[in-house]
Each structure stands twice: as structure tokens, then as C-alpha cells.
Ligand binder design. Sequence first.
Ligand code: NAP
Length: 243
Amino acid sequence: MTGRLSGHRVLVTGAGKGIGRETVRRLVADGARVTALSRQPDDLASLAEETGCDIIAVDLARLDDAVAAVTAALPFDALVNNAGITSLEPVLTASMANFNAVMAINAAAPLRLAQVVAGDLVRRGKGGVIVNVSSTAASVGLPDHAAYCASKAALDAITRVLAVELGPHGIRSVSVNPTVTLTPMGQLAWSDPAKSGPMLGRIPLGRFCDPGDVAGVISFLLSDDAAMLNGVSINVDGGLLVN
Ligand code: NAP
């Protein structure tokens, strides 16, 4: 396959559904050889059949197992840390167990996988790219989202530290920060105009993200067209956060 990512080996986490699944489709179309990591074997089997990607079925909550599986699949030129979860609870009663579980998947696992993939790149003397899928929630306070907002702000901070430490090795690190994205679940959650209307009213472009909007930005960030982007968080939000 030819394309702007031709010859690139990319690992995408959380690839079974939503943004991750669409990202695998886009990266394969752009020529990359993709390994899709997710939890549900059925999701991965159908994605492999559709795109020809390689697959790793593992739960990032079992981080040692995930590290072993990713280590066995090395080398990669790039890592897309896309897997993410949330836990919606009022701040006064939020459970610490749920807070820690969200931080483990959304912040600690991306850092650990970056150690594995980028550590291998450094050892081999190769450059590469790490894209962390964050959120506009990193920059604002959303009711009931203490764990999620904290985890995405932490992920942006990790991106900046990776950029500073790994830049001298030719490894770029960037975050992509979508607003509400109409994955199948998002379409259900935001189908009621009474709920979606006020939020849409704050987005100058007047619509939510499609998974393809995010996948396209990820493909660009992985490519040499983004060769001087390092340490930044790119809001994919139709202008929401500048409004
Ligand atoms: P999604 O539709 O729920 O898909 C997430 C995928 O990640 C699923 O395949 C899920 O597997 C997998 N996953 C979750 N936890 C995992 C774990 N512990 N180990 C391995 N795989 C795991 O989510 P999405 O909406 O596409 O979100 C993708 C990323 O974008 C997340 O980081 C999210 O925070 C971010 N984001 C989403 C939106 C939005 O509105 N959708 C907005 C901004 C940012 P299962 O099917 O087993 O759960």
C-alpha cells in the first residue's frame, strides 16, 4: 500500500471501537502497517478481516500483560495511545477506586506503553512519533468529570515531558484533543436535541466531531508533514475552546 504513512509500523490502542477503530482504517488506507490493540477479540477479528491489520487482544488494566504483548510485537515506528475510559460521579462523592482506575488507563498506561515503544526506538537509534488521544476535557472543568478531566490533563502533561525528553532522539510526542465525537455510543448519548443543542451552540462550526475528523488529524500528526510538531495539544473541536 502506498500513501503518506507507507512503511510505517503503528500500534493503536483501544482500536476495537469508536475513534481507535476509525483510526486503524485511516492509517491502513494511508499505507501504514497497523497493529490494533483492544479488549474484545471479536472486535479485533472483524477489524483484521476488514483492514488486514495485526491484532493484540489484551486489557490495559492488566498492564504487565499488555507490556509483555507489546514487547513481543516490537518494533513500531509510532504509538497511538487512544484507549480511554471514564467514570461520571459528583466530585463530593467520587470514589477513589474509580478515580485510580481512570488514571490507570488514561494516563499511566499511555506512559508505560510509550516507555516500551520509544525505549525500543532509542535503543535502535530510530526516530518516531507518539500520539496521545486526549480531550478538550483536559482544559476545562466538566461537572461529574473529575477523574476524566484530571486524567486527560495528566496525559497532556505527559505528552509535554515525552516531547522534551525524547525530542533529542528524533521522537515527536503530540496530543490530539477532540470535543464530543459521534462514535456509535456518542450518537446515542447526544441524539436528544435538548441535550446536544446547548453544546452545539458553543461550537462555532456547529457540529460535533466524527471519528474520521479525529483519525485524519492523527494520520497527519504521524506523517512527516507534521515534522516540527512536538509537545503540543491539538484541539479538534470546531473552535469550542476559543469561543
Ligand atoms: P469507545 O467508543 O468506548 O472505544 C474505546 C475502545 O478502547 C474500545 O474498543 C474499548 O474496548 C477499548 N478499551 C477501553 N479500555 C480498554 C482497556 N483497558 N484495554 C484495552 N482496550 C480498552 O471510545 P471512543 O469514544 O472512541 O474514545 C477513544 C478515545 O478518545 C478515548 O481516549 C477518549 O477519552 C477520547 N475521546 C473521546 C471523545 C468522544 O466524545 N467519543 C471525545 C474526546 C476524547 P471495549 O469495547 O472492550 O470497551
